[in-house]
Design a protein around this ligand. Structure first.
Ligand SMILES: [Cu+2]
Length: 506
């Protein structure tokens, strides 16, 4: 039995009638009285996530001194792991340390001994849970004192201060990802890296919902973005930790459904301490806790669980491979037992646009020319698949190539903006630019490589084929990227290259 259960913030209608929220507010208020150089202060914890606070307008009570001694700062600050396979475990250790500090304060104040951090499950049922829990929205407490959970610098998806999650843009589809290692949209946990504050490619959980929810909560107003829209300032918003608690819950639920975490030593041991920083968090007594992903890869090791560990999405009744086969005319009964066919697949670039494009207020439009040899391979893969007769043991069965659109080297400062992407007028997904500003800057020993975002456009190509279009004569694809809200003049964003890849058995 675990001693602590993290519960839904929307219990008791998400108000201060929910004791988890009431005590959270009490403890946040206490942490905010501590100084910036105290490892257990609110400000220090925010700086562990990100310490470059120049990207957004700050609330008045945020201190800029006293800065901790250099060795303390170098050990703890600016540590958060984004666009890397360390994203899930680093944030779990971070939340665990934060919760321990809060629980210590709550116990000292005579609160419940088993208090645990609540989560905001914006995907929850009932038609209401996608709205920011009301306790975060009121300016004052019942005694008239300022509410420590309220900040002004939270603008919401429309920029008008109304905070909710737009479920037409974010989803929990990532929960269906079959394996951990690799980038979005197919893989759960992220690509292999060392210690990396801002890497290039996020996993599915990190990209959508995590990044999308950040952008929607933070939003922007003219001249400034919300604290949650920039990873460097996000930890200053009290809703940050409830969002991350939900992301942590989703990871635990994904594991509970039978999916496994990496077994690689390079993941389990964390970044190589001889070449790099390792993960450190402060304990309630201010002493350091050094942790590795292996120490946090199972919530039972940390003595907590969640009120709800359901996956949130139904397991698909057919794999993507099976679904495609049925589309191509195979009998449902034959196809339905087919696992996803990922084995022996090769990836090849089959086209790219000419040069960088700017994303401005009107968005961007580009034609991606496809090369003949690559197209012929894709066309051949359709022929092979359609002529093969599947036998019970899958022998002789092939699937047409999968096709991906990649936006490479995205750079700029428009972190809060969200765009929709279409290929030949078919919607393929959203662009979330959370982390853009920092990924575009040289940071320590990391190059300014920008962000990479990948969309699975297999369905678009399948449909073109099914509508009797000869895929070998496609020549080019029309990619249109449109902002979902206003884009202001001082917001910059460029995409170095738009490219198309095929993935198949040849
Ligand atoms: Cu985050």
């Amino acid at each position: 039995m675990n001693n602590f259960t993290r519960r839904n913030a929307w219990n008791n209608k998400g108000t201060f009638d929910n004791p988890d929220l009431k005590w959270y507010a009490e403890a946040v208020r206490e942490m905010q009285t501590r100084s910036l150089d105290d490892p257990t202060s609110w400000w220090f914890f925010a700086a562990i996530h990100g310490s470059d606070w120049s990207g957004a307008k700050l609330p008045e009570n945020v201190p800029s001194s006293p800065v901790p001694k250099k060795d303390v700062k170098d050990r703890y600050w600016g540590q958060c792991q984004h666009s890397t396979w360390f994203f899930p475990p680093w944030h779990r250790g971070y939340l665990y340390a934060f919760e321990n500090v809060l629980r210590g304060i709550i116990q000292e104040k005579g609160g419940p001994k088993d208090w645990a951090l609540p989560y905001w499950n914006y995907f929850g049922a009932g038609g209401q849970q996608h709205i920011l829990p009301p306790a975060f929205n009121q300016k004052t407490m019942s005694d008239g004192s300022p509410n420590p959970l309220y900040i002004e610098e939270r603008y919401g998806p429309k920029g008008d201060g109304v905070v909710y999650i737009d479920l037409s843009q974010v989803s929990q589809k990532c929960q269906q990802a079959p394996s951990y290692i690799g980038g979005q949209p197919q893989f759960y946990g992220g690509g292999v890296t060392g210690f990396v504050h801002y890497g290039k490619t996020a996993g599915a959980l990190e990209y959508n919902p995590h990044n999308g929810v950040h952008n929607q909560i933070g939003g922007k107003t003219r001249g400034s973005i919300g604290l949650m829209s920039d990873p460097e300032t996000a930890g200053l918003d009290p809703i940050f930790y409830l969002h991350h608690c939900n992301i942590d819950r989703m990871w635990a639920a994904w594991n509970a459904s039978g999916k496994t975490n990496p077994k690689e030593k390079e993941w389990k041991d964390g970044p190589d301490a001889t070449k790099d920083r390792t993960f450190y968090m402060p304990k309630p007594d201010q002493s350091p806790w050094e942790f590795t992903p292996e120490m946090v890869n199972d919530i039972n090791k940390l003595n907590y669980t969640y009120e709800d560990l359901s996956l949130g999405v139904s397991e698909p009744h057919m794999t993507k491979s099976a679904f495609r086969l049925v589309n191509f005319g195979f009998e449902q009964d034959t196809a339905k037992n087919i696992d996803d066919m990922e084995q022996d697949s090769n990836t090849e670039l089959i086209g790219a646009n000419r040069g960088a494009i700017a994303l401005d207020a009107t968005g961007a439009r580009t034609t991606v020319k496809l090369d003949t040899a690559g197209l012929n391979t894709v066309a051949k893969s359709f022929k092979n698949a359609i002529s093969a007769k599947p036998s019970r043991n899958k022998k002789g069965l092939t699937l047409p190539d999968e096709v991906f659109l990649e936006l490479e080297g995205i750079k700029g400062n428009a972190d809060s903006n969200i765009y929709s992407v279409t290929v030949n007028q078919h919607f393929v997904g959203h662009v979330f630019l959370f982390g853009l500003r920092k990924a575009s800057q040289k940071d320590g020993h990391h190059a300014a490589s920008g962000l990479n975002i990948v969309f699975d456009i297999t369905k678009v190509i399948d449909e073109l084929h099914l509508s009797d279009q000869d895929v070998s004569e496609l020549n080019s694809l029309d990619v249109v990227i449109q902002p979902t809200g206003p884009v202001y003049e001082d917001e910059k964003c460029t995409i170095e290259r738009v490219s198309i890849y095929r993935k198949g058995q040849i």
